[in-house]
Design a binder for this molecule. Structure first.
Ligand SMILES: O=C1O[C@H](COP(=O)(O)O)[C@@H](O)[C@H](O)[C@H]1O
Length: 284
């Protein structure tokens, strides 16, 4: 298992390189196993990577259309019909709410993949949304509780595990799990000081009291995140420097309190990569 740091001058170059690497990993997964999966994160850098990936995908297809054979050898596109996308966490809000991670991903990337690159909607595994409250323009038929929503996502994950056996028979193989890190050092919706980081047994949990709004969220657990082949922390900005430094210190300390530093207890089975800009690395 490798543990590496990739350092960039700014968020834009970080997002561009991470997007290119993600494309290569997904293409390799499809080639080697017939399918590939990535777990997406919300947040500024996570969404920035999706936007950069959209740029790469659309510019590669424009080049291919205008001059077949001149594609850069570095840009290997996966067969999108064999790629599955999941989320590490989600805000439990009505579908289409601009604060939902999936809505931000939709605008940054997913509409491009489904409309122009053959990604089936069924391969985009959105976490369940909350029912709209009375008075909103549309009433959704779904009225599930947040606990039922967590169980439903766990079942959706388990259904894919049957066709793609991996390190946990309740989960598909995750080629890459991306995680932002909050200034308070939270990952996914596992917040320091709450029970979430210590939850064991389940693959998905409901969070009812997130200190970062909105309070109600769904999150993969530490156990689920730890099945990733590659686990990427994607972090930019000076407001993250202290959290990054503390988490990295905590990872080297066997007595670390997982509840205080959730990011210190998750790793990729094959690789853990810190994608950092200079500011998050404390260099500014
Ligand atoms: O609320 C969330 O925050 C984290 C970190 O976001 P950032 O903007 O501070 O990078 C994100 O990873 C998570 O998915 C999201 O729900």
């Amino acid at each position: 298992m490798t543990d590496e740091t990739r350092l960039f001058s700014d968020r834009e170059s970080l997002c561009h390189d991470a997007a290119g690497e993600l494309l290569r990993i997904l293409a390799d997964g499809v080639r080697d196993r017939g399918a590939a999966s990535a777990v997406l994160t919300g947040g500024g850098t996570g969404t920035g990577i999706l936007a950069a990936l959209s740029d790469l995908v659309s510019s590669a297809s424009n080049v291919a259309e205008s001059s077949a054979g001149l594609r850069s050898p570095d840009l290997r596109m996966p067969d999108w019909s064999r790629v599955h996308l999941w989320w590490g966490d989600e805000r439990f809000l009505p579908a289409g709410d601009p604060d939902r991670n999936e809505q931000q991903a939709e605008e940054a990337l997913l509409q491009e993949l489904t409309a122009r690159h053959g990604m089936p909607a069924a391969n985009i595994h959105r976490m369940p949304s909350a029912a709209r409250t009375a008075g909103a323009a549309t009433m959704l038929p779904m009225t599930q509780s947040i606990t039922t929503a967590a169980e439903a996502y766990a079942s959706e994950l388990a259904a894919q595990a049957r066709v793609d056996p991996g390190p946990d028979d309740r989960l598909p193989v995750f080629d890459v799990v991306m995680l932002g890190v909050g200034p308070d050092a939270h990952i996914a919706s596992l917040f320091p000081g709450l029970p979430g980081p210590l939850a064991r047994g389940a693959t998905v949990i409901a969070v009812e009291d997130s200190p970062k709004p909105p309070p109600r969220r769904l999150s993969l657990t530490v156990d689920a995140l730890n099945t990733a082949e590659r686990l990427w922390f994607v972090v930019a900005g000076a407001d993250k420097a202290e959290a990054v430094a503390e988490v990295r210190r905590a990872r080297d300390d066997e007595t670390t309190d997982a509840a205080r530093w959730p990011a210190s207890v998750v790793s990729g089975r094959d690789a853990t990569v810190w994608w950092l800009d200079g500011a998050a690395a404390g260099q500014d």
